[in-house]
Write a new protein. Structure first.
Length: 253
């Protein structure tokens, strides 16, 4: 059996994540649910979502909607108290180079080159493409980077004109990534469900939700501040009824 909380894992918060997991583990075991001693930090997160022995995982809402909605049990969305987002929701920031002439996200529709961390990323791809589609076109994604950090670097070094970065990742990156000094924010995407805690299919989410809620409440203040975690929110299933990113038909610019 495995547990993995990979989506906001960074060297600076590894200890806090471990403490959070140990609290969750103990609460799960108190409720008669099996749980591994430690988080699996090595497993590929997409592989972990499909594991039949998954105890607790963390998934972005786009792959959940596109591939995993009927293959896992959703427990709750994580809440980081992000500006302009309801509890349990997040958005992304549009970033450009600090010296860019672009003043507003609408200016990006004139042929700007996009860096995206992954096609199955709501924050780095889906939310931006949905916003562009609402304007009648799509962004041309010329650079797939593999991570938000690499997307920030791509904009900082002018390999791309802009990127959209998960607002919680952006908050953390500003604390420890020097490349953030080379870029600036020009707008945000619409909000959607934040990173969602899941377990294997066929489980009752109630005991898992209770265990995680109790664990977050018991998290020491220092670790809570490091993670920025306010709590977890059990969202209605229809919160995830968001269209998948549209197929390219007309490209901006």
């Amino acid at each position: 059996m495995i547990a993995s909380l990979p989506m906001y894992a960074r060297p600076a918060n590894r200890a806090a994540h471990q403490v959070l997991w140990h609290l969750i583990r103990d609460e799960l075991q108190r409720r008669g649910l099996p749980a591994p001693d430690d988080l699996d930090d090595a497993i590929d997160f997409q592989e972990s979502w499909a594991r039949p022995d998954l105890v607790l995982g963390q998934i972005c809402n786009l792959p959940y909607r596109a591939l995993f909605r009927h293959r896992v049990t959703a427990i709750a969305a994580m809440d980081y108290g992000l500006p302009d987002c309801a509890p349990g929701y997040y958005n992304s920031v549009f970033i450009v180079h600090r010296d860019s002439a672009v003043a507003d996200k609408s200016d990006l529709l004139n042929g700007a080159r996009m860096a995206a961390n992954a096609l199955l990323s709501q924050s780095g791809y889906g939310a931006a493409q949905q916003w562009a589609a609402d304007q009648g076109c799509l962004f041309s994604t010329t650079l797939m980077t593999g991570s938000h950090a690499a997307s920030i670097a791509a904009v900082a070094t002018r390999q791309a004109d802009f990127a959209t970065i998960d607002a919680q990742t952006w908050r953390m990156a500003q604390q420890d990534d020097p490349a953030t000094a080379q870029v600036r924010v020009i707008g945000t995407t619409a909000a959607s469900p934040c990173m969602t805690l899941i377990t294997r299919a066929g489980q009752d989410p109630g005991p898992y939700l209770n265990a995680v809620t109790a664990a977050v409440a018991a998290l020491p203040d220092g670790h809570r501040q490091t993670l920025g975690l306010r709590g977890v929110v059990a969202l209605s299933p229809d919160a995830y009824d968001i269209p998948l990113p549209p197929e390219p038909r007309a490209v901006c610019g």
